[in-house]
Design a protein around this ligand. Sequence first.
Ligand SMILES: Cc1cc2nc3c(=O)[nH]c(=O)nc-3n(C[C@H](O)[C@H](O)[C@H](O)COP(=O)(O)O)c2cc1C
Length: 337
Amino acid sequence: MTSLNYQPWKIDAAAFPSAGSFRDQLAFLVNYAVLAPSGHNTQPWKFIVSENKMILAPEWSRDLPKSDPAHRQLFISLGCALENLLIAAGQFGLNASVTYPSDTEENIILSFDVWDRSKHSSPLFAAIPDRRSHRGSYFPEFPSENMPPLLELALPDTQIEIVRDERRFGLADLSIKAGIAAMTDDFRDELSQYVIPNYSNRMVGMPGKCHNMPLPVSMIAGWLIKRVNVAKMNEGVERKLLERASPAFGIVTAIGDSRRDWIRAGQTFERAALHATWRGMATAPLAAAVQVGDFFRDVQKILGTMMRPLVMFRIGYPKKSAPHSPRLPASTVTQLA
Ligand SMILES: Cc1cc2nc3c(=O)[nH]c(=O)nc-3n(C[C@H](O)[C@H](O)[C@H](O)COP(=O)(O)O)c2cc1C
């Protein structure tokens, strides 16, 4: 039997309340939004649903003040949830228009009306409950035919770069250096609260098994992270993974570094992650090089771009399967207005 904190992955599209109220239909979409990835699996979102409108807003009690003081990762995560919501809406014949927040606002506002269901279903919909961050080894091959469809997924004013040539060693090196630099006492203290034992019934946070940890290690991981720079300790393993078991890195860039850019970059990343899942590939975000200090400038140099790199991820065909991480059920993050 699936334990409660993994139950949200068991969503059944047949349960869509076709005969229910419009508000119930919108609330159903939240079941897909909550399966989105988020920094440290904080799930920093809430959904306020009314008759033909929905507000997707930050849940500030689940932000990351130490590692994400500007809330960049938070709004990228909201963008991922928004994209799942829009894909699910299309699948059930609902059309949404989106109003993005300015930098002094925080709500993403969605207005809905009904359209013809048959035209808007997407293969990405079925990938939503299959996607997970896959932090294991990938095969070396990355067939060229994967590239064009991935690049086309980017929303206007964002871009996806897929790096397969020798520049990927530069990106791997930056990711490792930024990961080590990130590990201040405050950062480690915060991270330690989100790495949880494999058997935990918590609904928020990352079970050690999602980071390739066996049960005993997962049980002491929080304690260890608080005391040691684990990124430094694991440098050799990480280098091997990024250099020898990661055939390609994806980078989502945007025209700027505003809340709107973060949300749209999150949407573009989620499209890429779902497309990869649909095609039997896997993805794993690596925030350090685009989040910590000025490392993003070195990423820009490697890519030869003035665009702002906002999401970096590994992409490829995984050698083994990877576990899901837990989720808060839609009902706990939805308010009916
Ligand atoms: C904005 C963002 C940044 C992330 N950064 C990292 C990262 O640096 N390292 C990592 O291992 N996972 C990272 N992740 C993946 C999350 O930890 C993951 O999405 C979360 O634990 C939920 O697991 P799932 O993606 O398997 O559903 C990131 C995800 C998002 C959306």
